[in-house]
Ligand binder design. Structure first.
Ligand code: BTN
Length: 250
């Protein structure tokens, strides 16, 4: 895996996409920046990206997959990030590391990491960039205020006495886990079982704002084999399948 390290970048996703335009850049190459000056999250949010606070990295994929499987790549990335983060919580620490559909990584109900996949699928250099931000040593005051699923960091969850990973060390571990999970998905076209182990919404009553169907409420009931969220209406028992949306109540 080819790694590219930078002191400062506007966004590692943009740099990875720029590298994707050079056809000689191999799949699974990844970009890491000490800081981002314009780090972005989903839904037009910015991502807290100051030097020393977190890991900011983006991996380049050139998947030869049917188009309908591509949305699941973000779920695959979530599994890899959870596998790595879980290893920081020892058995005496009962932290729950999990994923809030589709891809917010939570520890004990607080958001510690996020994933932003961006694609350029036309042309000869079709590529997907998987951007990952993990809060390592931010204090609560340095993190954005979030009402639902407040932001946290490894420092806040593990405590002052914990030995925290360096961003570069963490990047290497995450890159290995990502490559392994993507290669497995390329062969099996399945992520359902691996993702469901980390599903923190399953069985919870939630309200979700969707771009196509407005506000929908129900009991979260796992994902479909193709990665959509299943919601069961409490009154009628009818099933809704949600392709995209943001949870606004839980
Ligand atoms: C989210 O909203 O949860 C997704 C956050 C993704 C942040 C990462 S940091 C590295 C990469 N570069 C960016 O500009 N964003 C992603």
């Amino acid at each position: 895996m080819q790694a590219y390290y930078f002191k400062s970048l506007p966004s590692t996703n943009d740099k990875a996409m720029e590298l994707a335009h050079q056809l000689t850049t191999p799949e699974f190459s990844y970009v890491v920046a000490e800081e981002q000056t314009n780090g972005r999250g989903r839904n037009g949010n910015s991502w807290c990206s100051s030097a020393g606070g977190g890991l900011y990295m983006s991996m380049l994929l050139r998947p030869q997959l049917p188009a309908e499987l591509l949305p699941q790549l973000t779920l695959v990335a979530g599994v890899a990030v959870c596998d790595v983060l879980k290893s920081f919580f020892h058995s005496e620490n009962t932290a729950e590391v999990g994923i809030k559909w589709p891809n917010d990584i939570l520890v004990n109900g607080r958001k510690v990491a996020g994933i932003l996949c961006e694609a350029e699928l036309s042309g000869e250099h079709a590529a997907i960039v998987v951007g990952i931000g993990i809060n390592i040593s931010f204090t609560q005051e340095q993190l954005p205020v979030r009402v639902l699923y407040p932001a946290t960091s490894l420092l806040l969850e593990l405590g002052d006495s914990a030995v925290l990973p360096s961003p570069v060390g963490l990047a290497e571990g995450v890159a290995v886990a990502l490559k392994e999970q993507f290669e497995q998905f390329y062969l099996s076209h399945q992520v359902f079982d691996r993702w469901s182990r980390y599903d923190i919404l399953a069985g919870k009553r939630i309200t979700i704002s969707t771009p196509d169907r407005g506000i929908v409420a129900g009991i979260a009931s796992g994902i479909t084999p193709s990665g959509e969220l299943k919601l069961i209406d409490e009154q009628t028992g009818s099933l809704s399948v949600i392709t995209a949306g943001s949870i606004i109540e839980a």
